[in-house]
Design a protein around this ligand. Sequence first.
Ligand SMILES: [Ca+2]
Ligand SMILES: [Ca+2]
Ligand SMILES: [Ca+2]
Length: 220
Amino acid sequence: MSHYLIFAFGIFVLSASHATALPFNTLWQLGLDDTFSTPFAQEDYLSNNAPGSANLKDDDYYLAGVYPAPIGTVSNDENITFFERALSSGDPRNRVHFPLTAPQASQTSQLKITLDFMNGGAWTGSSVPGYSTHDITVKFNGTTVAIRNGITRNTTITVLVSASSVSATTGGNVLQIERTAGGTGGFINFDFLKLEVNSTALADVDGVSIWYKSDRLGFR
Ligand SMILES: [Ca+2]
Ligand SMILES: [Ca+2]
Ligand SMILES: [Ca+2]
C-alpha cells in the first residue's frame, strides 16, 4: 500500500470516529416536516419591534429561558399557536428567542439552522396565480447568516455557523427570518424550523479541526 493510500485511509477512520462520537442534537424544533402549517397560526398582519411579547401572538416567539428586561424569566415555551405561520409583504419578520447553555455557546460549538418554506403565493385584493417570488434573509443575534433571493418554489434553507461567529450567549439569543422583498403582496409559509447544536464540533482534538475535515475534505 502506498503512503498516500495509508494516509487517506487514516483520515477516513479518524473522521468516521468523530462523526460517531459527536452528533448534532436538536435543541428545538417548531412545527413538523409534514407540509402543514399547523400548529402555527395565521399571522396578525402587524409588524412589531423586538422584544415583543412572550404571551401574545406577534413577531416574537419565546422558548423557555431567562431574558433581559422587560421579558425576564419565561417558565414555559410560548404557546406554539402564537408563532405566525407565514412571512408576508405586510408582516415580513418572525423572531425565535432561545437560551443556550455555556457549552452550546462556546468556541467549540457549531449550530445548524434549518428553515423549511412552503406554499408561497400572493394576494393583491384577490389571489395572484403562482408561487410569487420571495427574498429571505436570516440573522442570528443580528449577524446575517443567510440570504436567499428569488425563491419561487418550496425551499429548505440550511445554515451551519460557529457559535462564536454569531455572538452566541447563555442569555437570550434571537434568530430572525425576514422576507425582505419579492412579488407584490407575496407570502410564504413555514413547514418547520429547527436548530441543532454540536457543542464540541470545533474542538481541535488532533491538530486538524473537525470543521476543516468536514468542510475541506468532504467527510462528515
Ligand atoms: Ca406579525
Ligand atoms: Ca409572542
Ligand atoms: Ca409543518
